[in-house]
Design a protein around this ligand. Structure first.
Ligand code: UDP
Length: 371
């Protein structure tokens, strides 16, 4: 490799790395981006299978309220007008998500917001303090029936933890609405890049040197010499050689199949909320394109929770007490690490959405510029 010294070595070509290196390059800095995977785009990566853009690492639906973040991503892609409206299957019955008048109607036959309020009021958990965990939060928000049909077993299956041991914040991601509106997100900007995320990342990284299949941690002293500063977006515990212990992550198996059917489930996302179905949801990728892509076959992916171990792909940080405490200790180490910027879902150990990762990269870069 040439002896060129870069301003930044960016470890990871996912959302944090791609955003940071774009901003730095636009500001006249030089970046070298490396990624141990054989492709860019991190977990946003999409690939074309039978003419369908398949989200290889799970569904990614872009949504945000921030004008600057929306303007930023629109530099690199045209977004379609996809709106996420998942349905949940429980004992052969379908329920609309998020929790809205559709769900209340399917659950109890109620037809007005007043009747729905009354039903929830009758069965919700009443606390004289803030809910302390996911179960309490869910029971105070939607009451017994919805919790036991749509939340409890799904959450336990998905996180492999009792909802009593999970943070309340996880369930607050979902809106509860007393209107006939089944849009999963409240944000004013929503959609998916036309042509898939990989093309969007190619544009973000245009003119920037990128090396895939390149593992930073396998030879970090060599890589550190290539740049003045390092931007690290991998697992923070791994960066520090697990010296304070191992953080846990939620991992999954993706079982993807091409099916000889034009339309398998009629929706992009169907959740399976029963304990005895091994997968949490089935994704039918063509429906991420409004109207569904016109192909005679379809690609579906079952998401199956898997036990965590350090050689598996980390998808979600786990925000319980033990992991949060351990992360704080790693964060203290990170603050003392000279010339290294830590960012993204794995380095900040946060259940970030894509737009939040972009926001984090923007603010970390601005801070560096004295902004
Ligand atoms: N959730 C649930 N039942 C559902 C969908 C979601 O109980 O049918 C809960 C579950 O605890 C989950 C959380 O809501 O972890 C957040 O769901 P979200 O769809 O935001 O998860 P993601 O898409 O990030 O996997």
């Amino acid at each position: 490799m040439a002896s060129k010294k870069y301003d930044f070595l960016v470890v990871g070509a996912g959302m944090f790395g791609a955003t940071f290196s774009r901003l730095a390059t636009d500001a006249g800095k030089s970046c070298l981006v490396i990624d141990k995977r054989e492709h860019i785009a991190g977990n946003c990566y999409t690939e074309n299978v039978e003419g369908i853009n398949v989200h290889r690492y799970g569904p990614h639906i872009f949504h945000c309220n921030d004008d600057d973040i929306w303007a930023f991503v629109n530099r690199f892609a045209k977004f379609n007008n996809f709106r996420n409206s998942p349905v949940a299957m429980h004992n052969g019955k379908m329920y609309s998500l998020p929790f809205s008048m559709y769900t209340f109607n399917q659950m109890w036959g109620v037809t007005t917001p007043e009747e729905a309020y009354k039903k929830i009021e009758e069965q919700k958990l009443k606390l004289d303090r803030e809910p302390e965990n996911l179960e309490e939060q869910a029971l105070t928000l939607v009451g017994h029936d919805i919790y036991h049909t749509l939340i409890k077993d799904y959450t336990r299956k998905q996180w492999q933890k009792d909802p009593k041991d999970l943070p309340a914040s996880i369930i607050k991601r979902l809106p509860v609405r007393f209107t006939w509106d089944n849009n999963y997100f409240n944000d004013k900007y929503q959609g998916i890049p036309e042509g898939g995320y990989t093309g969007m990342f190619e544009k973000m990284l245009e003119g920037i040197e990128v090396r895939t299949s390149t593992d930073y941690l396998a030879d970090r002293s060599f890589w550190n010499k290539q740049a003045d500063q390092v931007v690290f977006t991998g697992k923070i515990d791994e960066y520090f050689g697990f010296q304070l212990g191992e953080l846990e992550y939620r991992t999954l198996k993706f079982d993807t199949n091409i099916v000889a059917s034009e339309n398998v489930q009629g929706n992009a996302v169907v959740n399976y909320t029963e304990a005895n179905v091994p997968w949490t949801r089935i994704i039918e990728h063509k429906h991420f394109e409004p109207g569904g892509r016109k192909t005679s076959s379809s690609v579906i992916t079952k998401e199956i929770p898997d036990d965590w171990s350090r050689e598996k792909v980390p998808y979600y940080p786990i925000g319980d007490k033990a992991n949060t405490e351990m992360f704080k200790q790693y964060e203290t180490l990170a603050a003392k690490e000279p010339g290294v910027i830590f960012g993204g879902r794995l380095s900040e150990y946060k259940y970030y959405d894509m737009h939040q990762v972009i926001g984090s990269a923007m603010s970390k870069f601005a801070r560096l510029q004295g902004g």
